[in-house]
Design a protein around this ligand. Structure first.
Ligand code: ADP
Ligand code: ASP
Ligand code: MG
Length: 816
C-alpha cells in the first residue's frame, strides 16, 4: 500500500493534473495506491475570501464565486476529451449551485459560522478530486473515488477538527482494501463529525489527511508531491540558496514544520511516525529529483543543524511584576486565560527570578490575549503587584532545528553572534529542553536578513556574501571597481567571499539595485540612474537591510561622512578614503569608533594615511598588543614630495606644481596640499589612533607659502606662485647650501604635533625618498632606538584603490 498526496500547485491546471496522474500511474505498478488531492492552487483562499464578502453583505461575492467556477470548468474542458466532458461539467455546475445556495445563506444571515466556513472551503477538495477522478475515468484507469468525510471522523471543532483515530481507522480499512481496484482517489483536508457535518483539518491539512490514511492502512510509504524538490534548509522564498535536505528525522521535520516550514503541515508527522512509515517529499515538476526522506533515524553524516524556519506576524506578551515572585499558579493562570480564548502559545520564556513570563502568540490574537490576561489578573493589576500585560507587535520568530545539536556546544553562540554582527536585535530566546530547536524572537523587519545570515553561517560554508555601496566613482573609485571585477572570482573561490554591489553613486547620478549591479556595464547603469540623493540612498540601505553590508566612501565630499553615524547604527560597516570624518572634531571621531564597536561594524580608513601602505593597521596592532607610541616622524604628502624632489630652481616653482597636478597627485585645489592641511589631517589621525585626543587646532603649521598665495581661485594661486618665485628659490638654495634636501615633515612628539618644511641631511632615512614615496617612522616603547619604518608609494589612484579594496575585504570578513 502506498499513499501519494498532490498539493495545490500539482493540480492547479490541466497540464499539472496530467503530470500528477502520470506520476501515480508510474507508481501503480500493481500496488494498491491511495491518491489524495488538495484543492486547485489558491482555491481555498478564494473560497474563504468569498465567504467573508458574503458575510459582510458585499454582493461582489457572486462574481467571485463565478470566477472560481469558471476556472474549474475551464480546467475540465482542457483536461478531459470533449466527448467525455459533459458529465463532469454538469457535476461541477451542480456543485457550484449548491455552493451558491450556501453562500447566499451566509449573505442573507450576514453570519459566517466556523461550521458554514468548513462547508464552503471543503468544496475545493471535493471539486479537485472529482475532476482528477473524471480524468482517470476518461483514460480508462480503474479507480474508486471515495468521500473522505465518510472515512475520517472528527470532533466538531470546525476549522481545526481533531481526529477520532479508532473510528476513522476502522472505516478506512473497511473502505480501502488491498483487493479489487487498486487505485483510490480522495479529497484531502475534509472530514466529518459524528453528525456527518463537514469539518476541515486546518490549513494545509491535505498532507494530514494523507498521513492518517497511510497510518491506518499501514502503508509502506507516504509521498507528498509538491512544487519544490524536498524539504529545504530554509524557506526558498526567503533564502535563494536554500538546499534540499536529503534525509531528516520525524522529529526534525515536525519541529521545522511547526516553526513555519509550510512544505509539510505539522500534524502530518505524528500518525506516520507512530507507525514508522517513511515519508518522501517529492517535486511534481521534477519527479526525477531525489527529494527528502523523512524517517526515524538519519545518517550520522547529516548536518547537526538540519534547517531553519520562521514564523512572521507574531506578538510578544510579557507579564511582569514583583507580585509574581514565588507565588504558585501564576503561569497556570496565564496559560488558562490564553487557552480559554483558544490562543495557541508558540514560545515561552521565564526569567529565573520569576519576575517576568514572556510568551509569543500569533499577532492576530494579541488584543484578545491582552484582554483575557488583564481580566485574569485584574485583582493583582489593581493592587499594583502585577503590571498590565505588555504587548509588542511586528515581530517574527526564527528557529534553528536539529536533533543532533544536543551536547554540541557553541551552536547557540554561533547563532547569536552571527545575528549580533549583523545588527539583528534579539527580543527573546527559547531553547527546548530537548535541544532540538533554538528559537529567537526578532523584529519582523529583520526577518529576511536574519534567516539569510543564519543560513550562510550554518549551511553555506562555501562563501559569505558582502553587500557593497560605493559612493564616489572618480579616478580612485573607477580603479576600485576594475580591481573588484578582476578579483571577484578569486575572492569567491579562495576567500569564500562573494561581493555584491547593491548601489553606487557619483556626485551626479546614483543607481540602487536590490538584485545587484553587474560590473560589466556599471557606467551605463549609473548614467541611466537617478540624480544622486544621499538621504534616499541611506533610506534604501536601511529598508533593504542586507546582511554584511559595507559602505565605501571614495569621495572628498564633506556631505558623505554625514551618513556614517546612521550607517554604523544600522551595523553597516564604513570604509573611507575620505579623511574628513577622522580629522573632524575628536568627539565625533570617537563617537564613530564607539558606534562601530557597539554595533559590530567595522569603521576602516587605512587609505587616509599613505594610500595602501599598512600604516594605520600596523599602528592598531602595536597599540592592541600593548605598545605605546612616543614619537612619529613622517613624510606623508605625495604632492609635496613630488614638488620638492623636482624643484631645483631651473623651472619655476609654479610649473612644478602644475606638473604635480597634471600627474594627478594633488587635491583638486593644490593648496590643500601645499598649505599642509592634508598632512595635518594625516598626522592628526595617526596621533588619534595612537590614543591621543588631539584636534586640528592643536597642530603647529609653519607655512612656506606667502599669504597672498592663499587668496583667490586656483588660477590666481598659480599667478601668485610666479610672483613669488624668488621666495621659493631662496628656500631651495638655503637647503642646498646646508647639504640637505627639503622635505615636508609631520612630527608627533610628547603629545604635540606639527608640520612644516625641514632640511634633511643625507644621514637620515627620509633623505632617500623619491617620487611619490611616503615614509612613517614610529618610535615606540618597543621600537626605541631602531624605529619601525614603513615606506613606499603613498599616493596614486591604483594603490589607493587597492588599499580601499583591502579594507572592504577586512570589513566583509569580520567574524568569518
Ligand atoms: P502544496 O500546495 O503542495 O501543499 P505548499 O505551498 O503548502 O505546497 O508548500 C510548499 C511550499 O512551501 C514551497 O513552495 C515553499 O515555498 C514553501 N516552504 C517553506 N519552507 C520550506 C522549506 N523549509 N522547504 C521547502 N519548502 C518550503
Ligand atoms: N486546500 C487546503 C488549504 O489550502 C488544504 C491543503 O491544500 O493542504 O489549506
Ligand atoms: Mg501544503
Amino acid at each position: 500500500m502506498q499513499v501519494l498526496k498532490f498539493g495545490g500547485t500539482s493540480v492547479a491546471n490541466a497540464e499539472n493534473i496530467k503530470k500528477s496522474i502520470s506520476i501515480v500511474c508510474n507508481a501503480l505498478n500493481g500496488k494498491p495506491t491511495v491518491m489524495v488531492v488538495s484543492a486547485l492552487a489558491g482555491t481555498t483562499d478564494q473560497l474563504i475570501a468569498t465567504a467573508k464578502l458574503a458575510a459582510e453583505g458585499d454582493e461582489q461575492y457572486v462574481q467571485q464565486l463565478k470566477a472560481i467556477e469558471t476556472n474549474h470548468l475551464s480546467v475540465v474542458s482542457q483536461l478531459i476529451p470533449v466527448a467525455a466532458q459533459s458529465g463532469t461539467l454538469s457535476l461541477v455546475k451542480r456543485m457550484f449551485n449548491e455552493l451558491d445556495k450556501i453562500a447566499e445563506g451566509v449573505f442573507i444571515m450576514r453570519e459566517l459560522s466556523p461550521r458554514a466556513l468548513d462547508r464552503i472551503t471543503g468544496f475545493g477538495e471535493l471539486l479537485s478530486s472529482r475532476i482528477v477522478s473524471a480524468s482517470l475515468e476518461s483514460q480508462h484507469i480503474p479507480h474508486h473515488w471515495l468521500d473522505s468525510r465518510e472515512l475520517i471522523q472528527t470532533d466538531s471543532n470546525y476549522g481545526f477538527a481533531a481526529v477520532d483515530y479508532p473510528e476513522s481507522g476502522s472505516r478506512i480499512r473497511e473502505a480501502i482494501t488491498s483487493n479489487g481496484k487498486s487505485l483510490y482517489v480522495l479529497p484531502g483536508f475534509i472530514a466529518a463529525d459524528k453528525e456527518g457535518i463537514t469539518t476541515t483539518l486546518g490549513r494545509g491539512g491535505s498532507d494530514y489527511s494523507a498521513a492518517i490514511l497511510a497510518a491506518e492502512l499501514q502503508a509502506d510509504v507516504l509521498e507528498i508531491w509538491t512544487d519544490v524538490s524536498g524539504m529545504m534548509t530554509a524557506d526558498p522564498r526567503l533564502v535563494s540558496h536554500a538546499k534540499v535536505i536529503p534525509h531528516i528525522s520525524y522529529s526534525e521535520a515536525m519541529e521545522l514544520s511547526h516553526f513555519g516550514a509550510k512544505v509539510i503541515y505539522a500534524p502530518t508527522i505524528q500518525p506516520v511516525m507512530n507507525r514508522e512509515i517513511p515519508v518522501w517529499i517529492k517535486n511534481t515538476f521534477a519527479p526525477a529529483d531525489a527529494g527528502t526522506q523523512i524517517s526515524g533515524a538519519v545518517p550520522a553524516t547529516s548536518d547537526r543543524v538540519c534547517g531553519l524556519s520562521s514564523i512572521g506576524k507574531i506578538a510578544l506578551l510579557s507579564l511582569e511584576g514583583s507580585g509574581m515572585v514565588g507565588i504558585p499558579g501564576i503561569s497556570r493562570r496565564l496559560f488558562e486565560a490564553l487557552s480559554e480564548e483558544r490562543i495557541n502559545v508558540m514560545f515561552i520564556t521565564q526569567s529565573s527570578s520569576e519576575y517576568a513570563i514572556c510568551v509569543a502568540v500569533e499577532e492576530a490574537f494579541a488584543v484578545k490575549a491582552s484582554k483575557a490576561v488583564d481580566r485574569m489578573f485584574g485583582r493583582e493589576i489593581a493592587a499594583g503587584s502585577i503590571e498590565p500585560l505588555k504587548v509588542e507587535l511586528s515581530l517574527s520568530m526564527i528557529a534553528l532545528v536539529g536533533d543532533r545539536m544536543r551536547n554540541r556546544p557553541g551552536i547557540s553562540g554561533k547563532m547569536f553572534s552571527a545575528l549580533g554582527r549583523n545588527g539583528v536585535n534579539v527580543r527573546a530566546i527559547a531553547q527546548g529542553a530537548s535541544e532540538k530547536n533554538i528559537s529567537a524572537v526578532i523584529s519582523h523587519a529583520d526577518l529576511r536578513k536574519a534567516i539569510n545570515v543564519l543560513h550562510e553561517e550554518f549551511f553555506e560554508n562555501s562563501y559569505k556574501q558582502v553587500n557593497l555601496f560605493i559612493v564616489g566613482l572618480g579616478n580612485v573609485g573607477s580603479r576600485l571597481l576594475e580591481q573588484l571585477a578582476q578579483q571577484q572570482d578569486q575572492l569567491r573561490d579562495q576567500f569564500r567571499l562573494q561581493l555584491r554591489i547593491r548601489g553606487m553613486a557619483n556626485s551626479r547620478k546614483m543607481v540602487l539595485n536590490e538584485e545587484g549591479i553587474s560590473l560589466d556595464n556599471w557606467k551605463q547603469q549609473l548614467e541611466a540612474g537617478n540624480a544622486t540623493n544621499l538621504p534616499a540612498l541611506l533610506e534604501f540601505i536601511k529598508k533593504q537591510n542586507f546582511r554584511n553590508t559595507v559602505f565605501v566612501d571614495v569621495t572628498a565630499s564633506g556631505e558623505v561622512p554625514g551618513l556614517y553615524e546612521a550607517l554604523l547604527l544600522q551595523s553597516v560597516s564604513v570604509v573611507a578614503c575620505n579623511k574628513i570624518a577622522c580629522s573632524s572634531g575628536y568627539d565625533h571621531y570617537r563617537n564613530l569608533k564607539g558606534l562601530a564597536s557597539d554595533f559590530n561594524a567595522s569603521f576602516l580608513f587605512e587609505t587616509n594615511v599613505g594610500a595602501s601602505l599598512p600604516i594605520i593597521g600596523t599602528l592598531n596592532d602595536l597599540i592592541r598588543s600593548g605598545d605605546s607610541v612616543r614619537c612619529i616622524e613622517a613624510v606623508l604628502s605625495g604632492t609635496l614630495n613630488y614638488v620638492f624632489n623636482n624643484y631645483d630652481g631651473t623651472k619655476p616653482f609654479a610649473t612644478v606644481v602644475r606638473q604635480a597636478q597634471a600627474e594627478g597627485y594633488t587635491e583638486p585645489d593644490p593648496r590643500t596640499d601645499l598649505s599642509g592641511t592634508d598632512v595635518m589631517r594625516k598626522i592628526l589621525i595617526l596621533a588619534r589612533e595612537s590614543g591621543y585626543a588631539l584636534e586640528m587646532a592643536d597642530i603647529g603649521n609653519e607655512q612656506f607659502l606667502p599669504p597672498s598665495c592663499m587668496e583667490g581661485n586656483v588660477e590666481q594661486f598659480y599667478e601668485q606662485l610666479l610672483v613669488h618665485e624668488a621666495h621659493f628659490k631662496k628656500i631651495f638654495d638655503q637647503a642646498q647650501g646646508a647639504g640637505a634636501k627639503l622635505k615636508y615633515v609631520a612630527t608627533f612628539k610628547e603629545g604635540k604635533a606639527f608640520v612644516g618644511l625641514q632640511h634633511i641631511s643625507p644621514d637620515k632615512d627620509m633623505y632617500h625618498l623619491y617620487g611619490k614615496d611616503n615614509v612613517v617612522v614610529f618610535y615606540t616603547a618597543r621600537y626605541q632606538e631602531q624605529p619601525l619604518v614603513i615606506k613606499g608609494a603613498g599616493a596614486g589612484a591604483e594603490v589607493t584603490a587597492s588599499g580601499i579594496f583591502a579594507d572592504i575585504v577586512r570589513a566583509g570578513r569580520v567574524g568569518v
